[in-house]
Design a protein around this ligand. Structure first.
Ligand SMILES: Cc1cc2nc3c(=O)[nH]c(=O)nc-3n(C[C@H](O)[C@H](O)[C@H](O)COP(=O)(O)OP(=O)(O)OC[C@H]3O[C@@H](n4cnc5c(N)ncnc54)[C@H](O)[C@@H]3O)c2cc1C
Length: 457
C-alpha cells in the first residue's frame, strides 16, 4: 500500500530522511517554514556565491556527510584545508594547534600547561573508547577538569570557553560532551602539528540543492515557507497536519487537505527542535514530554562582517578573555581563499547565549557598535570603516545542552503517538550536534519508518 509520509523541517535531518525514504521507494512531502532549505546550515548570498549564516566546516570524522556528498556526485567539491586555530588572552593571539603551541601558551604557568596537555592526551588518545561513556556522563566537565587539569587551567583556559558556549549552565555540562569534542577535534589533526578541516566548494548550498533535486526526482514534494501548525492526533495516532494561516502555508493546506480540515498522512517525521515540536503536538504523554525537556537549548547570535582587510591571520580564534562579550571570531577567509569572495575578508563574530540576554535582543547595528571596542582588543588598528557590509542572524535552537546521565533520558525516535517520529539535535549523543550527525539521524529515521511501513505497524 502506498504510504503518505510527511517530513517537518528542511534542515539536514529532514532532507536526508526524505532522500533516504525516496531511495527506498517512499516519496515524501517535506515542509519547511523558512523560505529556503538548509535549517541551521542554511546560507545567504554574498559576492556572487553563498555562505552559511553560521560558520560551518567538517572534521575528518564526519564520514556520513562526506559519503552523502560522494553519493550525490559532489565528491570533487570536498576540500580538506589546513586550518589555523588560536586563542586570545592577555591581549594577544596564541597559536593552539600542536602540543608545542600548548607548551608555549604563556597565559598559564608551565606546570599547568604540562598538566593540561597530559589531560587532553589522556582524554583523546588513551580513552577514545565508548566503554568509558558511563563514567564520563555521570560527572561534570567542570568538576573533572578542575580536579585533573587544575583550578588555574579551568579559570584561565577551559572555563571561559564553557562560559562562552553554555552561559549559566557552564559548570553543569557532562564530561562526555567535552570528551567527544576533544576526541573529534584532535582526531582532525594531520600528525601532531596540523589540523585539517573540510568545506564544500560552493558552500553547503551545493549539498542542500543536490538533496532537494534528488528528492524531487524521486517523486517527493518540497514546500518551503510552509509552517506546520498542528500534528492532528486521533486515537493515539498521528493522522495528519494542519498548516499555519499565512498565504504559503494555506496554499499547501488547500492543495493537500482539499475540503478536509487537515492533510492526511500515514507517517509523520518531525525534525523541529523539541520546544517547537511541543507547540505543534499537544497529545504527547507527560513522561515523553519530560524527556523532550531534559535537554535545553542555547541560542546563538552571529554578526558577519565583510571587510576590506583581515582582522587576524587565524581562522578559529577562541576568546578566553572574559572581558570580551563573544566566544569566538571565525575568519572564514583565513580558511577559504578571499578570491572566492571578490577578495573581501569575511569574519563571523559568534556568541552563544540565553535568548533573554541583551546581546540577543540588540539590533544589528547596536551589536556591531557594542563589539567594535572588543574587536580592537584583538587588532588595535581595526576600524568600523573596514567593514563594507554587515549581516546579523539569530538562531533559537543553536546548541542543545544535555544534562548528566543523558543516555537514559533521550527521547525515543518512535514517539508514544503511533506513526509520529522525532528526529532532532537533542537525540544526537554522545557526539555534539553537527550536520554529519543530522545526516546520520535522517538515515536512521528513514530505516525505522521503512521498517514500520513494511510491517504495517
Ligand atoms: C553557529 C553554528 C555553527 C555551526 N557549525 C557547524 C559546523 O561547523 N559543522 C557542522 O557540521 N555543524 C555545525 N553546526 C550545527 C549544524 O548546523 C546543525 O547541527 C544541523 O544543521 C542541524 O540540522 P537539523 O536538520 O537536525 O536541524 P535544523 O537545521 O534546526 O532543521 C530543523 C528545521 O525545522 C524547521 N521547522 C521548525 N518548526 C517547523 C514547523 N512548525 N513547520 C515547518 N518547519 C519547521 C526549521 O525552520 C528548520 O529548518 C553549527 C550550528 C550553529 C548554530
Amino acid at each position: 500500500m502506498t504510504q503518505r509520509i510527511a517530513i517537518i523541517g528542511g534542515g539536514f535531518a529532514g532532507l536526508t530522511a526524505a532522500y533516504e525514504l525516496g531511495k527506498k521507494g517512499y516519496p515524501t512531502f517535506l515542509f519547511e517554514r523558512m523560505s529556503e532549505l538548509g535549517g541551521l546550515a542554511g546560507t545567504f548570498p554574498i559576492e556572487g556565491t553563498r555562505l552559511e549564516r553560521g560558520y560551518h566546516h567538517w572534521f575528518t570524522s564526519d564520514t556520513h556527510i562526506i559519503a552523502q556528498m560522494e553519493e550525490l556526485g559532489l565528491g570533487d567539491r570536498v576540500q580538506w584545508i589546513e586550518s589555523k586555530t588560536g586563542w586570545f588572552d592577555d591581549g594577544r593571539i596564541w597559536n593552539v594547534v600542536s602540543p608545542t603551541d600548548l607548551l608555549r601558551l604563556g597565559t598559564l604557568p608551565l606546570v599547568d600547561r604540562l598538566r593540561l596537555g597530559l589531560v587532553l592526551y589522556y582524554l583523546t588518545f588513551l580513552q577514545a573508547r565508548r566503554n568509558r561513556m558511563a563514567d564520563y556522563e555521570s560527572i561534570t566537565a567542570a568538576a573533572w577538569l578542575k580536579k585533573y587539569a587544575g583550578q588555574r587551567a579551568w579559570d584561565k583556559q577551559l572555563g571561559p570557553l564553557f562560559y562562552g558556549k553554555f552561559g549559566a549552565e557552564a559548570e553543569n555540562i557532562p564530561l562526555v560532551w567535552f570528551w567527544y569534542k576533544a576526541v573529534l577535534r584532535l582526531g582532525s589533526r594531520k600528525g601532531l602539528t596540523k589540523e585539517v578541516l573540510g568545506y564544500p566548494r560552493g558552500s553547503y548550498q551545493v549539498l542542500i540543492d543536490a538533496l532537494a533535486d534528488a528528492i524531487r526526482k524521486q517523486g517527493g514534494k518540497i514546500y518551503v515557507g510552509t509552517t506546520v501548525q498542528r500534528v492532528v492526533v486521533e486515537n493515539g495516532a498521528a493522522v495528519g497536519l494542519r498548516f499555519a494561516d499565512d498565504a504559503a502555508s494555506q496554499a499547501a493546506q488547500r492543495e493537500l487537505a482539499g475540503d478536509r480540515s487537515y492533510a492526511r498522512f500515514d507517517r509523520i517525521v518531525c525534525t523541529a527542535p523539541s520546544f517547537a515540536t511541543l507547540k505543534i503536538v499537544a497529545e504527547l504523554p507527560a513522561d515523553y514530554v519530560a524527556k523532550m525537556k531534559a535537554a535545553k537549548y542555547m541560542a546563538a547570535v552571529l554578526l558577519i562582517l565583510k571587510m576590506k582587510q583581515p582582522l587576524s591571520r587565524i581562522y578559529w580564534l577562541n576568546i578566553a578573555d572574559r572581558t570580551i562579550p563573544f566566544v569566538a571570531t571565525i575568519e572564514h577567509t583565513n580558511f577559504i581563499a578571499p578570491e572566492v569572495y571578490g577578495n573581501k575578508r569575511i569574519l563571523y563574530v559568534s556568541n552563544y547565549l540565553d535568548p533573554s540576554s541583551p546581546y540577543f535582543q540588540m539590533s544589528r547595528d547596536e551589536l556591531f557598535n557594542a563589539y567594535v571596542p572588543h574587536l580592537q582588543k584583538i587588532n588595535p588598528s581595526f576600524a568600523p570603516d573596514w567593514v563594507e557590509e554587515l549581516w546579523h542572524f539569530k538562531e533559537a535552537a543553536a546548541q542543545p545542552i544535555v544534562p548528566l546521565n543523558y543516555s537514559k533520558q533521550i527521547p525515543e525516535y518512535r514517539t508514544p503517538l503511533r506513526n509520529l517520529y522525532l528526529a532532532n539535535t537533542t537525540q544526537i549523543y554522545p557526539e555534539d550536534r553537527g550536520t554529519n550527525y543530522s545526516v546520520r539521524l535522517g538515515q536512521v529515521i528513514a530505516n525505522l519508518v521503512e521498517e514500520d511501513a513494511r510491517r504495517g505497524n
